[in-house]
Design a protein around this ligand. Structure first.
Ligand code: M6R
Length: 607
């Protein structure tokens, strides 16, 4: 992960770097730092923890200079301390890095043997040392970087600023994204276009292996063989607005409450509510000719894909292979050219998902992506993008992106079902009608917040929580458990309700809350049997169901969250609300950092 920024400006850059880093903090917030050239000399300020700590440091001890680099860190090698904070530097060069230098150990050993002194535990620190060594042997900064890049393996984006070089910034990309921004007499480097949006919308994305030399007059891009290359400049649509929390205490709360609106926008993109049909965009593949759909994603996006697997199988009779991207990318799964691979990602920058996409591309598959950030790497690599219109999601815990992913995926499953002849025109109408009710039902579900907040008090005192569900409620159980652990730090597990007796039932005692997600549907009775098994062992059940389910369960001594009635097909979208609110309120009661939980980052750009 980590976000990097570089500015070759014609004004003081310290505040500009900080502004850009605020937009990159979603990539990591373990530490932050900037290095500028003050009167020709490299100077640095770094701080452990959030960006505000660096801001305070800079207020007390400002950095001057018209050129500099900055980095927000998500720690991979070395603890999140100030000493490990970037930029890392020598007397000749300062470097901001995103990614992992995989061969750093052998490089470091060789440099140590030569008597070079390392102060951090990071992989990054080898980079300034290698550049310095080249420069001490007579190389220019540009030659030194070119030679150093050849020695590095792994995935990285790098930004370099040099002692005494007031019109030179160098960037390099291998595996991690890096954008070049073209300003008026100023040039920029950034991990994404969003970071550069306040300065310019004229963007060139570096390609794999590219490195770039920036002067105020412009950029020269080289490929991995050091040959000058032309890369297209695009006009980015990234917004320069920094989103605020409005009247909410946390971004997560705001984003949970935005869901009726943003799912409505997303659905409107795919559905024609006047005719109750799906819109049929031009596609580079034919749904009717597909034998298989491969879906790959990480975290919450993976759970959205898992729900979609049920939908595509049921409505489009399409076989779906589903895997987490970190496994898929190395599995060398057999693929047939012409099949469809679908990648789901809020950020569009998740390293494992991107690597899986590239594998499928190399195997000749059609590449489709459900993404929220349409300027992202995954969106740019895909043959066709199905956007989710969730707007910027700032809270690390994904909420509105998830329900928008589900909204888009449900629409695609209906679209595929129609194209494949497995859904009749009437079925399509019924499904589109059901989906059109999602925003209203989400609003109704949000009205249950006071009750859910009370239940969260009990959850917040537990050390372990179990989530159970069947069918499309199973991925929701997984998502509920993920949400709770990532923001409240309470251990939680999601299970398919039918799997309970194959092991996890041994965990049940009177201290264990068991959250059962079970709308009243064709498998409801099966879940009731599992609840009885839990109740018989003293487990404390919270049942999330509707009025019919409440009546049919007829169990005493359990808490019930009664959801509005709705068609079963859309339940996974609407039932997301109680699991999000439960996790949110438990975390608030515990007092964790809800929007930026420990050890996490919004966008996971390393594997
Ligand atoms: O940006 P992506 O959707 O690709 O991110 C995938 C996961 O990292 C993400 O969903 C993560 O699991 C969230 N923090 C969960 O709330």
């Amino acid at each position: 992960m980590c976000g990097i920024i570089g500015i070759l400006g014609n004004r003081p850059v310290s505040d500009l770097l900080l502004d850009a880093m605020k937009r990159l903090e979603y990539r990591g917030y373990d530490s932050a730092g900037i290095a500028t050239l003050e009167d020709g000399h490299l100077a640095r300020r770094r701080a452990e923890g959030k960006l505000k700590n660096l801001e305070a440091k800079l207020a007390a001890s400002p950095l001057h200079g018209h050129i500099g680099v900055g980095q927000t860190r998500w720690a991979t090698h070395g603890a999140p301390t100030e000493i490990n904070a970037h930029p890392h530097s020598t007397h000749l060069v300062a470097v901001g890095h995103n990614g992992i230098i995989e061969n750093f150990r052998e490089l470091k050993d060789a440099l140590l043997a030569e008597g070079r002194v390392f102060v951090s535990q990071t992989d990054t620190e080898v980079v300034p040392h290698l550049v310095t060594k080249e420069m001490e042997q007579g190389a220019t900064p540009i030659e030194a970087v070119a030679r150093t890049l050849k020695k590095l393996t792994g995935a990285f984006a790098l930004a370099f600023v040099f002692e005494g070089e007031s019109d030179l910034l160098i960037g390099a990309r291998k595996g991690s994204p890096l954008a070049v921004g073209h300003g008026e007499g100023e040039m920029y480097l950034g991990s994404d276009a969003q970071a550069l949006a306040p300065f310019t919308n004229r963007i060139t994305y570096l390609e794999e292996g590219d490195w770039v030399v920036l002067r105020r007059a412009g950029a020269t891009i080289y490929n991995e063989n050091d040959k000058p290359v032309k890369r297209q400049m695009i006009i980015s649509s990234a917004s320069s607005l920094l989103v605020d929390k409005g009247n909410y205490r946390h971004f997560m709360a705001k984003e949970i409450h935005e869901q009726p609106d943003v799912t409505g926008h997303t659905l409107a993109r795919y559905l024609d509510l006047a005719t109750l049909t799906t819109k049929t965009p031009q596609l580079p593949f034919d749904w009717a000719k597909l034998d298989r759909l491969v879906i790959t994603a990480c975290g919450t996006a993976y759970y959205a894909g898992l729900v979609a697997k049920y939908w595509f199988e049921r409505y489009a009779r399409l076989t779906v292979d589903m895997d987490v991207a970190s496994e898929f990318r190395y599995r060398e799964a057999p693929m047939k050219a012409g099949e469809l691979a679908l990648f789901i990602s809020q950020s569009g920058e998740t390293a494992d998902t991107l690597a899986s996409l590239k594998y499928c591309k190399s195997q000749g598959l059609h590449i489709a992506a459900v993404v929220n950030v349409t300027t992202s790497s995954i969106a740019r690599e895909a043959d066709v993008v199905f956007p989710t219109l969730a707007g910027p999601e700032i809270g690390v815990a994904s909420t509105k992106a998830f329900t928008c992913q589900l909204s888009a995926l449900a629409s695609l499953a209906v679209m595929a079902g129609r194209a494949r002849g497995t859904l009749s025109a009437d079925d399509e109408k019924a499904m589109v009608q059901a989906l059109s009710e999602v925003p209203r039902l989400l609003s109704e579900a949000l009205r249950l917040e006071p009750q859910i907040e009370k239940l969260a008090r009990r959850i917040s005192k537990s050390s372990d929580v179990l989530y159970l569900g069947r069918g499309t409620s199973f991925p929701l159980a997984l998502e509920g458990a993920l949400k709770l652990k990532e923001i409240s730090y309470i251990h939680a597990e999601g299970y398919a309700a039918g799997e309970l007796k194959h092991g996890p039932i041994a965990l049940i005692d009177e201290k264990m809350p068991v959250i059962v997600i079970a709308p009243f549907d064709h498998i409801f009775e099966k879940t009731v049997s599992n609840m009885q098994e839990v109740a018989a062992r003293g487990g404390r059940i919270i049942l999330v169901t509707d009025a019919k389910g409440h009546e049919a369960a007829a169990m005493e001594g359990i808490e019930t969250i009664i959801m509005p009635e709705m068609p079963a097909a859309i339940a996974p979208i609407v039932y997301s609300i109680p699991i999000q609110l439960l996790a949110y309120h438990a975390a608030v009661l515990i007092g964790t950092d809800v929007d930026q939980p420990r050890n996490l980052a919004k966008s996971v750009t390393v594997e």
